[in-house]
Design a protein around this ligand. Structure first.
Ligand code: PLP
Length: 702
């Protein structure tokens, strides 16, 4: 499947002609620009040509323009320069302690540099975030008020997450009566917005090559004529002693080729075309995902960026879905497997929590062709269709289209586990340890399966239980059978068991007979017993001895909290708090080891742990001719518990290979199966992303 890269705000491929220029520089203009012989002069001439071109493009005829390794270095240099001068003025009694201001949505490189140098230079001055409004624009009234006390003001030209373009002229006006130095992080603006650096009296402007088709490791820093400067690195006096170290001529040559293309207008599309591309993508998104909202008004954003959220669909889900369709986008938030961090940029804009934690950023390249954008739109529509086909849209699926439910589904939010036990025959279900935070996932499940909720049980008494019941009642009142009279843990008064078709749930009170805690046992005819033991029992497996009286030795024990993704354990193999660190790590299997290590007998079992809507879009790894379709299963991670008992019955020498998109979910599954006793469990190294990856770099489409 063709990879369509829509994450240009993170980085870009290197333009073919820029690659050529870098190669030529390495082969021909390879001299040291400080050497005075012919080779050195050639390299120097190339470098100065690129500098001149950059000055023209940036509107920076005067001042200094030096080459750096990238924007982070440029930011450090600018902050160090400004704060060193401010410290000198303070020491000379010319100024009092000053405020150091930065935009609340700034790239982390800026506030981190401010804090770092503020401490290191012994200033310890207040570092404050300039608030932004709902649209991500700086609060200029606030800035105007603070400006007289400010020593340094840092504002970005355009935001990397949302694409929101700052009102640089408004900021300049707000700083009119201030002597503050002004840093403008111009990384995302290069090639997309005119900057007029000198005209705007910007003191420092860092740039990064890899955001616009040059390689990583090359950047520029503009310093206004007369603005204070302190080198970050000293040594051989290169770059007019602004930045020591032999210059990266190959990177400079590549950057020069990109700047040439910008000047010539022959490679990068004009604003009008970029806006048309974005409009087509926005239309495809809104058609594919009804209810989608844009997190910043597109009219205020870079023409290449869309940041959006879809109610009811987590950012992680959308990223996996897009990735399965070969579309490379990124979360507006930094996600880890167990915990999704909401975007600080969207939080600063005051967007609702669901929007800042469900954000997705799509950013295409200024050199992308109309054909590529058209193909991207078709894939986006296919993503929407796949979600609808699997009943996963914000709308309620019509009755006939529901998909069969597995017996136990696990929902996890920040490590807290909630279990849903479903009887597919009567369409009844029971929830165990639901918290209000699980409501969204449960509601999504309900949209697909339409079950009647017959009990909401808790393993410990806590206030969130009542809140969860209330949230569920509000979310789908029609599916909540009258829960009747229940005890504080949700157990139906007087009941011995809860029947769920051929399954039943009983309760196990701890030995002290406390009314504040309980375990629940699901008895199944074919999967044995599953015991929901809650959180307190996790702390020390020794406290579980009382369970041995009541449970079969192979019963799976399911925790109420599972940060480490253990999924389950048995009384025979108790969970030790540090067990995770003692585990063998070599469970990731490369393509080579797969072919060498696993003959076709006994037949290996392949398990796709992606969600059904993902594998409907993406392929299967080609693992060779010996794989029979009967030996390929699809078991999403949330349903793993249903399959574990059968896998534990497999012969010890039967390899089980889990795979997913990136190797993260499959590693969790393989680890869980190993821990429960089947040592021959593996995870496909790097997931489908690496298995199907081409050796060649993605071709540029235009
Ligand atoms: N500033 C902004 C707005 C960025 O988007 C980035 C890159 O992510 C940086 C600074 C850091 O740039 P570099 O990777 O060149 O250090």
């Amino acid at each position: 499947m063709e990879e369509i890269y829509l994450d240009a705000n993170a980085t870009t491929p290197v333009l073919p002609q820029a690659r050529q220029a870098a190669l030529a520089a390495m082969g021909e203009a390879f001299g040291n620009p400080s050497s005075i012989h012919g080779s050195g002069l050639k390299a120097r001439a190339l470098m100065e040509q690129v500098r001149d071109r950059a000055r023209r493009l940036l509107g920076a005829a005067g001042g200094q323009l030096c080459f750096t390794s990238g924007a982070t270095e440029g930011i450090q240099t600018a902050v160090l320069s400004a704060l060193t001068e401010l410290r000198r003025r303070r020491d000379a009694g010319e100024t009092q302690p000053l405020l150091l201001l930065y935009g609340a949505t700034e790239h982390k490189a800026v506030p981190e540099a401010l804090r770092h140098w503020n401490e290191l230079l012994g200033l310890h001055w207040p570092v404050r975030a300039i608030p932004v409004d709902h649209q991500g624009r700086h609060d200029l009234a606030w800035l105007r008020q603070q400006a007289p006390q400010a020593g340094l003001v840092c504002t970005m030209a355009a935001n990397n997450e949302t694409g929101v373009v700052s009102d640089l002229d408004g900021i300049r006006a707000a700083l009119a009566d201030s002597s503050a130095l002004w840093l403008v992080d111009s990384v995302q603006a290069l090639g997309k917005l005119p900057l007029h650096l000198a005209e705007r009296r910007i003191d420092y402007a860092p740039f990064s090559g890899h955001k616009l088709y040059a390689p990583k490791g090359i950047g520029m820093l503009y310093v206004r004529e007369g603005a204070p400067f302190t080198p970050l690195m000293t040594g051989g006096g290169q770059e007019g002693a602004l930045r020591a170290g032999t210059e990266n001529i190959a990177g400079i040559a590549a950057l020069g080729e990109v700047l040439r293309a910008l000047e010539a207008g022959d490679t990068v599309a004009n604003q009008e075309t970029l806006l048309a591309h974005r409009e087509r993508l926005a239309l495809a998104l809104t058609e594919a995902f009804p209810g989608l909202v844009f997190n910043a008004p597109p009219s205020l954003c870079l023409p290449t960026t869309l940041n959006f959220a879809v109610p009811g669909l987590a950012s992680r889900l959308l990223l996996d879905l897009f990735d399965a369709a070969g579309l490379r986008v990124s979360g507006g938030s930094a996600c880890s497997a167990a915990k999704a961090q909401p975007s600080y940029v969207l939080e600063a804009m005051g967007l609702p929590a669901w929007q800042s934690s469900a954000a997705v950023r799509l950013s295409f390249g200024a050199a992308d062709s109309s054909e590529l954008i058209e193909r991207a739109c078709a894939r986006i529509r296919a993503c929407g269709a796949s979600l609808r086909a699997h009943g996963l849209t914000t709308a309620q699926a019509p009755a006939g289209t529901t998909t069969p439910a597995g017996l136990v589904t696990r929902f996890v939010v920040d490590g807290a586990c909630c279990y849903l036990v479903a009887d597919a025959s009567r369409r009844h279900c029971v929830l165990i340890d639901a918290l209000p935070a699980h409501t969204e996932q449960i509601t999504q499940w309900q949209r697909r399966h339409h079950h009647t909720l017959v009990a909401v049980l808790a393993t410990t008494r806590r206030t969130e239980h009542a809140a969860a019941v209330a949230a569920l009642s509000a979310a789908f009142p029609e599916s909540m059978q009258a829960l009747g009279s229940v005890d504080p843990l949700g157990w139906p008064q007087g009941a011995q068991q809860i029947e769920l078709g051929q399954h039943r749930i009983t309760r196990l009170a701890p030995p002290e007979g406390s009314a504040d805690a309980s375990a629940y046992v699901l008895h199944t005819p074919d999967q044995g017993q599953l015991a929901f033991v809650g959180t307190s029992a996790m702390a020390d497996s020794g406290s579980l001895h009382w369970l041995t009286q009541a449970l079969a030795p192979h019963a799976l024990l399911l925790p109420g909290h599972d940060d480490a993704q253990h999924f389950a354990w048995t009384l025979g193999q108790p969970l030790r708090p540090k067990a995770r660190h003692a585990e063998p790590e070599a469970l990731a299997l490369s393509r080579e080891r797969w072919h060498l290590q696993f003959p076709t007998s006994p037949a290996p079992l392949l398990v796709d742990v992606r969600e059904p809507y993902e594998h409907a879009l993406g392929g299967r790894p080609d693992l060779g001719p010996g794989i029979h379709p009967n030996n390929v299963q699809s078991v999403p991670l949330g349903s793993l518990l249903n399959a574990l008992p059968a896998w534990l019955q497999l012969e010890a020498d039967t390899p089980v290979l889990f795979y997913c998109r990136s190797g993260n979910r499959s590693a969790q599954a393989a680890r869980a199966l190993r821990r429960l006793g089947h040592a021959n469990a593996w995870s496909l190294e790097g997931g489908l992303a690496l298995w199907t990856a081409q050796a060649a770099p993605p071709a540029l489409s235009r």
